[in-house]
Design a protein around this ligand. Sequence first.
Ligand SMILES: [Zn+2]
Length: 257
Amino acid sequence: MARDVVKNAKKESVDVKQKDRRDNKPTFNLDSWKPKTDIGRKVKLGEIKNIDEILDKGLKMLEPEIVEFFLPNMESILIMVGQSKGKFGGGKRSIWRQTQKKTCEGNRTKFTSAAIVGDHNGYIGLGVGSAKETVPAREKAIRQAKLNLIKIKRGCGSWECSCAGPHSIPFKVKGGCGSVRIEIMPAPKGSNLTIEKECKRMLELAGIHDVYSKTKGQTGTKLNMIKACFAALKQLSQMRVLPEHIEKLGIVEGRNE
Ligand SMILES: [Zn+2]
């Protein structure tokens, strides 16, 4: 039975191509949504008009529909965290990390997947989910990513540019997970995202266009890599800035109108 699961996973991982990693099905429908939490009810009644009200207060969202309601043009991407099996050092990268536990009945397989959601305009979320089969793992990851949404600051902190536009980040940030350490730095206009491939997708979704970066440690462990990058971006939202710097660096928090 375990073998069948592995076979199915192989088939699916071959089917999933680069463009299929995005799924943008417009499934959200306000009328059919029945909120279960207080925040959800307030959102449906229109008492909470903006997602910033929830994020600024640090309230915990438990329903992904809240994020779907406020950010309708949100996109989700699955990160290549795993590798398909194969001889000679393994096969292609895949969106599922497959691990096995040895038990007396046989091998118990588990799939892990990581998803990022963002609206290309200041909001980004990361989620990880694992299950016995591939599809529930992906669903869990996307749900978690929506619930882990953060609002980032953008600006221009580069001394080579100083244009005060929100194309880069206002200051240097650091993040880590496992052995991976990452440092993301402001860059002048036109220098693009000079960063590792999967982190690049994350910054694109967040709406940042130019950065420099530096990494250390086992960056091939993509799950840790992407978590470190998210930790660095979280610093952007947590740092307090002086009012004079907001004007000087052109800091925009969240959505850029
Ligand atoms: Zn600039």
